[in-house]
Design a protein around this ligand. Structure first.
Ligand code: WT7
Length: 667
């Protein structure tokens, strides 16, 4: 089945056939925003895309692939005979860097800015497509001069500086496989990723600027490389000028790269040539190296970037705030935007340096028109207060995007009103490191949006919500999100462990990719993501998603952010424990906890009323902004706190622990 719209009643059981929802559907949202006629009239996407993909999904993807420059056309669009190992555009040959850079310069757009770079200390630099081409060619020559060959793995451990994109593109240009490791990760995390991929080269810098200070990167590299015999050289970008130790493997980027010829003849590679590995944490210890390849990946990120963000290359300024250490940075800071000849903003630092309005100052300065960020950031800005963005001119914004977590309806409404001035469509985009590109999202100008819903699968993508027996749940039902058809940017496996790939994603139900997320369909068939199924709570036999209770809490005017966990309970199996951050300036008062409990009961029903609410100043999050509910469960169940090494801020757990005695609200 190649459906791109949610299940119709014909193929799904009605609600009464399903004895028990796999996950309860508790909340209801009646607000909806149809596209404005004005936006629709100029939108890149039209409803015809859905029809074209439904009529012939493979032909639809071939049409998208033809937007790229191929040296040799493919003979087979999709070979799924080795499922779940896909081959897309088999027989085709192309070069990713040529598609992202050279072809735009050749078409006369060399003077267009590819990146406006803004460093945290306020230094800035515009890089045109012509300059980017020169830099990528020099870097490609440099890698070759160091003996890096097609298929070799290169680890990249850099802050958000232009050299990060240049390094990725230089690898792609020569067919080397990059493995970007987020600069906030430890020496040990870097070492284990270098070892798993057997990287021959590490590209790093002395440091980067973060929260007003130079943050060193080189010491972690020194430690990791000392224990990594596969690494022959370390190429070091000078960013902060801080002191660094020097080993005999080390070379300065400016010494090696700047001395190279500024042209480079690019070879083409098979569509299935590996492009990159990106490690994502698994449920068991060892991180998974998610493998992506060339032709299908570039096709999907280019198509989704153009249609989901409505990118107009001549006029837009696109800002994806993700770090290149995450897949969002790969697909929507580097490959998608460059393939579409976008002008992007790249910002090195944090949103609160040197002041809480830094992002909005940048929107004003660069006239940013498309902003793509994460719910965790939006909720932080809600907490800081709307008077901060109100100080800046944000009239350039025209599309807003969200990714990484379910966005609570109230955070969505705030984003729309305060950041988008009520005029910008919001695209809530669901996808994963594994999917490579956006999978479920509204298309601005085409799809109606609802606050908190990612709406429907994009044209060309098959998604369903199913129950424990893989039966599609009807509209109004809740269950597990699955992908029903192979897609071009899908992962091609886990580096060095194909069995783990099959076991992790394809073993729960025959022929369906299980994403690990809970989801529900509303009465109109729109998809609502409910968080990771591992986080679902079981209260008196009801399977309740943490997302729904969190959204109910955030819909209270006093609440900025919340995290909900299930803690073991003698009576009910699990009881709901909520951690809540109040908005700035809200007086906790005597009744706030009782009010919040009643508010949840009122919004989604008494079954979801938290057993306990704890008022806290911070929540434990990973560096990519996801809440670490595992640690909160430790607190809620009065256990010793588990491993905190992936926490963005290790002090948070101490802070939460200290607040507990005073805020304990159990009744
Ligand atoms: C997980 C994937 C995709 C790039 C960033 C994260 C959650 C992602 C949404 C969304 C609800 C979302 C899911 C998914 N997620 N986007 N729009 N609504 N949940 O990549 O680190 O691989 O995480 O993030 O749980 O499975 P990732």
């Amino acid at each position: 089945m190649t459906t791109t719209t949610p299940a119709t009643p014909n193929e799904s059981p009605t609600r009464s056939d399903v004895s028990h929802d796999a996950i309860e559907n508790l909340s209801r949202e009646d607000r909806a925003f149809p596209p404005s006629a004005e936006f629709a009239a100029q939108a890149n996407a039209t409803a015809a895309l859905y029809d074209a993909a439904a009529a012939d999904r493979i032909a639809f993807w071939e049409e998208q692939a033809r937007g790229l420059q191929w040296e040799k056309p493919w003979h087979t669009a999709l070979d799924w005979s080795g499922a779940p190992f896909a081959k897309w555009f088999d027989g085709g040959k192309l070069n990713v860097a040529v598609n992202c850079v050279d072809r735009h310069v050749a078409a006369g757009h060399g003077a267009q800015v590819a990146y406006h770079f803004e460093g945290e200390p306020g230094d800035s630099r515009d890089i045109t497509y012509a300059e980017l081409l020169t830099e990528v060619c020099r870097a490609a020559n440099a890698l070759e001069s160091l003996g890096v060959r097609a298929g070799d793995r290169v680890a990249i451990y850099l802050p958000m500086i232009p050299e990060a994109a240049v390094a990725m593109l230089a690898c792609a240009r020569i067919g080397a496989v990059h493995s970007v490791v987020f600069g906030g990760f430890s020496a040990e995390a870097l070492r284990s990723r270098i070892e798993d991929a057997q990287a021959v080269l590490v590209i790093t810098s002395d440091g980067g600027h973060r929260k007003g200070k130079p943050m060193a990167l080189k010491p972690a590299v020194d430690e990791a490389v000392a224990a990594s015999p596969s690494v022959r050289n370390v190429l070091v970008v000078k960013r902060t000028g801080q002191d660094v130790e020097w080993t005999d493997k080390d070379l300065w980027w400016h010494d090696v790269v700047d001395a190279q010829p500024d042209t480079h003849e690019a070879a083409s590679f098979d569509a299935e040539h590996p492009l990159f590995i990106l490690y994502t944490s698994g449920t068991t210890g060892k991180p998974k190296g998610i493998l992506h390849t060339t032709g299908g990946y570039l096709t999907q990120v280019t198509y989704t970037h153009r249609t989901v963000f409505d990118l107009k290359p001549d006029t837009d300024v696109f800002w994806c705030t993700a770090d290149i250490g995450w897949v969002t940075g790969h697909s929507y800071v580097v490959y998608g935007p460059l393939a579409n000849r976008a002008t992007s903003l790249m910002y090195e630092g944090t949103p609160d340096t040197p002041h809480n309005g830094r992002w909005w100052e940048l929107v004003e300065k660069y006239r940013v028109s498309i902003l793509y960020t994460a719910p965790t950031a939006i909720r932080t800005f809600m907490k800081w207060g709307e008077d901060i963005p109100a100080r800046f001119d944000m009239s350039s914004l025209r599309v807003l995007g969200s990714v990484g977590e379910p966005i609570n309806p109230e955070a969505w409404m705030w984003y729309r009103r305060v950041i988008g001035g009520e005029r910008c469509p919001i695209v809530d985009t669901w996808w994963q490191t594994e999917t490579g590109g956006i999978m479920i999202s509204p298309l601005p100008g085409v799809t109606e949006t609802k606050p908190g819903s990612a709406m429907t699968a994009l044209p060309g993508i098959g998604a369903q919500v199913v129950d424990d027996e893989a039966r599609p749940v009807g509209n109004g039902g809740g269950g597990y999100l699955v992908l029903t058809e192979p897609w071009p940017a899908m992962l091609r496996g886990i580096w060095g462990d194909n069995q783990r790939y099959v076991d992790t994603y394809w073993s729960r139900w025959n022929g369906l990719y299980f994403a690990g997320d809970g989801a529900k369909l509303d009465e109109d068939g729109a998809i609502w993501l409910l968080g990771r199924v591992d986080d679902v709570m079981n209260v008196s036999g009801h399977r309740i998603s943490t997302t729904e209770v969190e959204s109910a809490l955030v819909s209270h005017p006093s609440v900025a952010e919340s995290a909900v966990v299930g803690a073991s309970d003698d009576m009910t199996g699990q009881g709901i424990v909520a951690f809540v951050i109040l908005r700035e300036g809200v007086d906790p008062g005597e009744n706030v906890v009782a009010d919040l409990r009643n508010h949840v009961a009122h919004e989604i029903g008494p079954i979801a009323k938290p057993r306990q609410i704890l008022l806290v100043a911070e929540l434990p999050k990973t560096r990519s902004g996801k809440i670490m509910r595992r640690l909160l469960r430790d607190i809620a169940e009065h256990r010793e706190i588990g491993d905190v090494t992936t926490l963005a801020d290790a002090n948070v757990m101490t802070l939460i622990g200290q607040g507990l005695d005073s805020a304990n609200a159990e009744d």
